[in-house]
Design a protein around this ligand. Structure first.
Ligand code: BDR
Ligand code: CA
Length: 310
């Protein structure tokens, strides 16, 4: 079993990623660490617990983390996710408590106590919690099995600025720490997620599950979809974050390259850009498996089949 910690800012697509992990027997979720991103921390910690309860898992450890980026003010994305971050489905307020303590301490303690190389981190929001943990406790880097993150872009650059993807843009200093840590890294960029679109038939398949989970996921993806179709005229919205969990379950659905990726932390127009050496034009050593393509039908078949189990 892949033992993971999901670091997240739910977010409709984060919610689906959490559900996909909880529905999959190949994965054990050791905890969910929350960060400010799509919406402020008070809402991401609330939303993560609502999703756990929806999945029938009020026993999970949900821990609150950083409420703002390491060195700059927080940028949020209510224009995409709605005021609550989880607009589109009506879920009851959570009753399960937050796990005590801070997510950064939870990450450090878990990595120091579990056997080295046994824990995978899955960041699907800004990288503030992980970057802070690496800065405070550099020894944990060698104990991480790998990091499988959603963030960045190469060809499909820019969904928050022309050059940057949201998760990296919000906290580039944290991202630079993660990309520079020497940890095995798998990156799911917009190049992949923009091929995994929630078309109307795929949303209908979620709804046809006829379960509270299917209903919620259909509501969320419906809400998400309207934004992208109106703004970009695309046939659906990218379901970004579940691609990380799908890669863990079925890496054969994806292709990519082992390349060097650097994070732009300055830049007048390019702050938060993932400078990905896709064509290997530098001699900088590879530090990431940067994915480029996904079998979208295979991905949606997997997500739908797994959500049916909840
Ligand atoms: C990423 O930003 C957020 O809006 C989504 O949840 C996803 O993690 C996509 O750029
Ligand atoms: Ca997210």
């Amino acid at each position: 079993r892949e033992r993971i910690i999901i670091d997240t800012d739910p977010g409709q697509d984060d919610a689906v990623a959490i559900l996909l992990a909880l529905a999959s027997p190949e994965i054990e979720v050791l905890g969910i660490t929350c960060v400010a991103g799509n919406v402020p921390l008070a809402l991401t910690t609330r939303n993560a617990r609502m999703v756990c309860e929806l999945a029938g898992r009020p026993d999970l450890r949900v821990v609150a983390g950083c409420d703002r980026p390491m060195r700059r003010p927080l940028v949020t994305a209510e224009h995409v996710h709605g005021k609550t971050g989880l607009d589109g489905a009506d879920l009851p307020d959570p009753v399960m408590p937050l796990h005590p303590g801070h997510a950064v301490d939870f990450l450090i303690e878990t990595l120091r106590t579990e056997p080295p190389g046994s824990v995978t981190l899955v960041p699907i929001g800004p990288l503030t919690n992980i970057g802070t943990a690496l800065e405070r406790a550099p020894d944990i880097a060698a104990r991480i099995k790998r990091v499988v993150l959603m963030g960045g872009a190469y060809f499909e650059v820019g969904n928050i600025t022309p050059a940057a993807e949201f998760n990296i843009f919000v906290d580039p200093e944290a991202a630079a720490l993660v990309f520079g840590a020497g940890v095995p890294l798998v990156v799911v960029p917009l190049d992949v997620t923009h091929k995994a679109l929630t078309t109307p038939p795929r949303i209908a398949a979620f709804r046809a599950l006829g379960t509270p989970v299917g209903e919620a996921v259909a509501g969320w993806t419906d809400f998400f979809e309207r934004f992208d179709m109106a703004k970009y005229g695309s046939e659906g919205a990218p379901l970004h974050d579940p691609c990380t969990i799908a890669w863990i379950l079925r890496p054969d659905l994806f292709t990519g390259r082992e390349i060097n990726v650097e994070i732009e932390t300055g830049g007048r127009f390019t702050s938060g850009m993932t400078v990905a050496d896709w064509w290997r034009v530098t001699d900088r050593a590879a530090n990431a498996l940067f994915l480029g393509d996904v079998d979208a039908d295979g991905f949606y078949a997997l997500v739908t089949e797994r959500l049916a189990r909840l």
